[in-house]
Write a protein that binds this ligand. Structure first.
Ligand SMILES: Cc1ncc(COP(=O)(O)O)c(C=O)c1O
Length: 385
């Protein structure tokens, strides 16, 4: 009988030696007993390693655990989420290819597609949320890859994952989701038909804000060219953070359950607060995508956004008043964090780009941690004044 999700996350990738936990193979290179053994390695036979940039036992074990989280054929680990994103794009695309991408994506992804990849002849057409609702219409002749997020950073709007995956499959386009905000506990994109799931493992997967890493999961056919690109570009994760990531993954289900509950408590407490004009949380019935989120997610995640009455100046004042919630970018760790999208993930975006992404200048983005929810709420209420 297939083991349950929690069991697979604890035991997946572990074992193979007398140690209960996976040892850290802190080595750059591996010793062969003979020339014939090197030949066997070159032929892809056996389970030997050559060089850590190509693969390392601790990293392979961590990849097996991540693959369990997404119920995927396999997983690849990288030194950051952006290393995962850039390697997968360069591994799957060539000059002349077009990417279709939701306009409201993580700023690093946006700038990679907008400013950097055109140098190599890979262009991107950014499409609106309305377009994402009718993906069949936006796939063009040259479209090779469709990149999207759901929930979207930072508005937490959701798009119909099954529909995008089906539209892409019908046209032979690779669908890729950035599943960082949801985590595999709340959303299983590969089971909804998406070809590739990418995540910044610096967030919920590791969960303690002390590892920078990225993950790609997919079927074997798509993983092969991405792995080949990783060997050339060199963005593989080091063994030590791979070990830390494995440890974090063992508690992912219990952490996410608490992130979900705490975020819901914060969202409910602040909805209707006189200094808050809007709360964005897909778990609230007032969220425009609540029904869709309920259909494709099993929990609503730990991210909550607010529009503070009075715009950017008021949001900056509230931010400065925080005492418990840390003024820090990033998300997905045990400590609650707050950032202002206009100063971080959407830094440098024009008013037009902000409007296209549905982001207001007075928006505060909260990554709700695992503290007592009453303490988090009390801090936010005092900061709002
Ligand atoms: C949604 C999302 N995707 C990707 C990334 C990039 O990940 P990393 O910072 O690990 O490179 C981030 C980082 O904040 C993110 O929030």
């Amino acid at each position: 009988m297939a083991k349950g999700f929690e069991t697979r996350l604890i035991h997946g990738g572990e074992g193979g030696s007398q140690a209960l936990t996976t040892p850290i193979y802190e080595t750059t290179t591996f010793v062969f007993e003979s020339a014939a053994a090197v030949e066997r390695y070159n032929a892809g036979e056996g389970d030997q390693f050559l060089y850590t940039r190509y693969g390392n036992p601790t990293v392979v074990a961590a990849e097996a655990k991540v693959a369990e989280a997404d119920a995927a054929d396999g997983a690849l680990l990288f030194g950051s989420g952006m290393a995962a994103t850039s390697t997968l794009l360069l591994g799957l695309l060539r000059a002349g290819d077009e990417v279709v991408c939701g306009a409201a994506v993580y700023g690093g992804t946006f700038h990679l597609l907008e400013d950097f990849l055109p140098k190599f002849g890979i262009t991107t057409r950014f499409v609106s949320l309305d377009d994402l609702r009718e993906p069949e219409r936006v796939i063009g002749e040259r479209t090779r890859l469709f990149w999207f997020e759901s929930p979207i950073n930072p508005t937490l709007r959701c798009v119909d994952i099954r529909r995008i995956a089906a539209a892409c499959r019908a046209r032979g386009v690779v669908s890729v989701i950035d599943n960082t905000f949801a985590s595999p506990v709340n959303q299983q994109p590969l089971q909804l038909g998406v070809d590739v799931s990418m995540q910044s493992a610096s967030k919920y997967l590791n969960g303690h804000s002390d590892v920078t890493a990225g993950v790609v999961t997919a079927g074997r056919d798509l993983l092969a060219p991405i792995e080949a690109a990783r060997r050339k570009l060199g963005g593989i994760l080091d063994p030590q953070p791979a070990y830390a990531l494995m440890r974090g993954l063992k508690t992912l289900p219990v952490r996410m359950a608490r992130h979900n509950a705490n975020a819901m408590a914060v969202a409910q407490a602040l909805e209707g607060h006189p200094r808050v004009t809007r709360v964005y949380y897909p778990g609230l019935p007032s969220h425009p995508d609540h029904t869709l989120a309920s259909q494709q997610m099993s929990g609503f995640g730990g991210m909550v956004c607010l529009d503070v009455a009075g715009g950017q100046a008021a949001a900056m004042r509230t931010f400065d008043n925080l005492k418990l919630v840390a003024r820090a970018a990033s998300l997905g760790g045990v400590e609650s964090l707050c950032s202002l999208p206009v100063l971080t993930s959407q830094w440098g975006h024009t008013d037009e780009q902000l409007a296209a992404a549905g982001i207001s200048r007075g928006m505060m983005r909260l990554s709700i941690g695992l503290e007592n929810p009453e303490d988090i709420i009390a801090d936010l209420v005092q900061a709002l004044g």
